[in-house]
Design a protein around this ligand. Sequence first.
Ligand code: CTP
Length: 131
Amino acid sequence: MRRVITFGTYDVFHVGHLRLLERARAHGDYLIVGVSTDQLNYSKKQRLPIYPEQERKAIIASLRCVDEVFDEESLEMKGEYIRRHRADVLVMGDDWAGRFDEFTPLCEVIYLERTPSISTTALIEKIQGGG
Ligand code: CTP
């Protein structure tokens, strides 16, 4: 069994998130998703996500391609999460290309192409009337 792990905020869930998770799952047999906590987002961006963490996690956990979700509480704990969940593969979007190569001693690291023309930030701007 090949265990895949990935991380993200997945706020205002959209098809780019879905495609990433489906492709991540296709790299193994079991997909584990670290959903970043509200607190972690606040410390990173000085704003809270639109959807609170329990709702973001519930949406991700309900997907057919996802087997397990957990709280990502700290960006510095990626190595610890990889070990704890016995991941064989770390998948990240290519907005992070090269940034996680330090984990190659622990697991395979794969970067997947982002779906073009969609992001949570762009959606929020559109809803607010800016796009
Ligand atoms: N993702 C993707 N294609 C998109 C948007 C996101 O493949 N068009 C992937 C990211 O690469 C990441 C995961 O989905 O692996 C979660 O991304 P996240 O940062 O939560 O979503 P974004 O829409 O990129 O949010 P933001 O605009 O706030 O950066």
